[in-house]
Design a protein around this ligand. Structure first.
Ligand SMILES: [Fe+2]
Length: 275
């Protein structure tokens, strides 16, 4: 197993993972305290969704078995599979790009097999099961978003071959983790990094002075991001069909973005349409 490309000091049990970085179902053991942490986070974030989170996401969440404690992987996969053909697989945490792309291309979403400690409720460095499951899985119930993420996985290996992983990662960052969408003239959040963070939720949708730009794929691919602060820039899609449709332009735009100077985090750029 090649963990050389991962950051050091990760918390998960990588020695127990298989070659594709998944863990055996027996690795899914959560305590009563873990369930209590999940329920607290779930209750807190769910209360923030009305008026802030996208409707398809709230619909997806309502159909998933997420309310009672840390969700069961088999049950969640069954619900997800019936909706869009996706499943979730347990992993120790962040996994290398090549393994991540392969899972997405096969409609498997990797979900971390541990939950944050009580003292980390508001901020955690590595993604945990609350971020991965509560943040990402509800939208995988939406067919066009699920199609987008599968296409992303399929293009990942190609991007790696041409040295374009940095622009590809920006697409994931702005569209999967921090995406906003228009809904009846209002802005709503759908990105997992927003949904799993109370502070980012309010900031993304309500904070004045934040740059909210009309989605433009080439601009997204060229926009650098900061990972340790609330986002200064968000991109807004009209609907998930727009995002899925943009993927056909990606093979042509990736080499251009790779060769261009990125725009600094939060900076304006020519052609920006602010909303
Ligand atoms: Fe994430």
């Amino acid at each position: 197993m090649d963990t050389a490309t991962l950051p050091g000091g990760l918390r998960g049990d990588y020695a127990g993972a298989r070659a594709d970085f998944t863990l055996a179902p027996g690795a899914m053991r959560f305590s009563a305290a873990d369930d209590a942490t999940w329920r607290l986070l779930h209750r807190r974030q769910t209360a923030l969704l009305p008026g802030r989170a996208a409707t398809p996401l709230r619909d997806g969440l309502a159909r998933l078995p997420f309310g009672a404690g840390v969700p069961d992987f088999a049950h969640t996969s069954a619900v997800l599979g019936a909706a869009t053909g996706w499943s979730i697989v347990p992993v120790p945490g962040l996994i290398p790009d090549h393994a991540f792309f392969d899972h997405l291309a096969e409609r498997r979403f990797p979900v971390t097999n541990w939950i944050r400690r009580a003292e980390e409720l508001d901020y955690i460095v590595e993604p945990d099961i609350f971020h991965d499951a509560f943040g990402h899985v509800p939208l995988l119930m939406q067919p066009e978003f699920a199609g987008f993420l599968r296409a992303y996985g399929r293009l990942g290996q190609q991007a790696a071959r041409i040295g374009a992983l940095a622009p590809l990662a920006r697409l994931y960052w702005f569209m999967v983790e921090f995406g906003l969408i228009e809904e009846d003239g209002d802005l709503r959040a759908y990105g997992a990094g927003i949904l799993s963070s109370a502070a980012e939720m309010r900031h993304a949708v309500e904070q004045l002075g934040v740059r909210r730009l009309r989605f433009d794929l080439s601009r997204v691919l060229r926009t650098a991001y900061a990972i340790d602060d609330l986002q200064p820039t968000y991109f807004v899609i009209r609907d998930f069909a727009e995002l899925f449709g943009a993927m056909r332009l990606l093979p042509a735009l990736l080499p251009l973005a790779r060769d261009a100077e990125p725009f600094p985090p939060g900076a304006a750029a020519p052609g920006d349409v602010e909303l």
